[in-house]
Design a protein around this ligand. Structure first.
Ligand code: FPP
Length: 281
């Protein structure tokens, strides 16, 4: 068996490739993932509006096209062996957009969730919505809960950040952690007096993050050129490699994923130490 066939065979059990990319690209992606040890990739899918405006189209068309990129990229990442993928689909700040644009994005998202529900056993991924879903109508909330529950048997995870904000997530996690302590009958004062140290540890907070139990993202890709995190995964990004791609999200495809993993491979990850490691060890 040739080297290439070997690589394809290694990822075969997970490969769906319904988007029809070449086996060469797929094999290259799988080899890059193996070499880098990438487990978790997160995407800030930016540039839908600019993509549409540049074509004289309404911004909503950019979001529609962005959905095509998202579906292809999410499936490709799973196919090449990335176990956890997180995407920023709608932030707590996105409600500030014109009502018609917010409605269009939410309609695209709702349609996607319904489609995903029907495709669980085809996609073989655990669909998890992260964020505060309480502002959504009861039907949508139920759909999100059902999707999570019915796909929980799959060990690959797709986190979709919806009405998500990193600061809000931390406030939620801290409140939950304090609630947990209170249920255990531990108060802050008692904890100090008994010499148990601070009431909360990093571990207590981590266990209540929306992304728990996923490991933190190894790399966060933001498309469309801006170089900021925009309130995304504030806790989890502490040692993530940040990759800024100039490509607008609706143009972002599988080959761009490979290019970005190559960039990731060139980084030296030291986690505050001095010994450099390339990729994840
Ligand atoms: C940012 O581009 C994009 C959004 C706010 C919406 C993202 C949603 C999708 C791509 C659909 C995918 C859906 C799911 C379920 C994951 P922008 O409008 O801020 O672009 P701009 O910066 O060029 O204006």
């Amino acid at each position: 068996m040739s080297e290439t066939e070997n690589v394809t065979a290694a990822v075969e059990p997970y490969v769906i490739n319904s988007y029809g990319v070449s086996n060469e690209l797929l094999s290259e992606g799988a080899a890059l993932v193996r070499e880098s040890g990438l487990r978790h990739v997160a995407f800030i899918m930016d540039g839908n509006g600019r993509w549409a405006t540049a074509r004289g189209l309404p911004r909503e068309s950019g979001h529609k096209e962005g959905m095509v990129s998202f579906e292809q990229v999410a499936e490709y990442c799973a196919d090449i062996g990335i176990r956890y993928v997180t995407v920023y689909a709608f932030s707590t700040e996105n409600w500030k957009r014109p009502k018609h644009e917010v409605n269009a994005i939410l309609m695209i998202l709702r349609r996607y969730l319904k489609r995903a529900m029907k495709l669980i056993d085809q996609k073989r991924v655990h669909f998890v919505v992260i964020g505060d879903i309480s502002p959504f109508d009861e039907k949508t909330q139920q759909l999100i809960r059902d999707l999570d529950e019915k796909s929980a048997c799959y060990d690959r995870v797709l986190n979709i950040a919806l009405n998500y904000g990193g600061r809000a997530e931390l406030v939620h996690a801290m409140n939950e952690a304090v609630r947990e302590k209170a249920e255990q009958g531990v108060s802050s004062a008692e904890s100090m007096l008994l010499g148990m140290g601070e009431l909360l540890t990093e571990d207590d907070i981590e266990r209540h993050l929306y992304t728990y139990p996923c490991p933190p993202p190894d790399m966060i890709v933001r498309t469309a050129g801006d170089k900021r995190l925009s309130n995304f995964l504030l806790w989890q990004s502490s040692y993530s490699e940040l990759i800024f791609s100039p490509v607008l999200w609706p143009d972002y495809r599988q080959g761009d994923v490979n290019d970005n993993i190559r960039d990731f491979l060139s980084r030296q990850r030291r986690y505050g130490g001095v010994e450099s490691t390339v990729g994840v060890k």
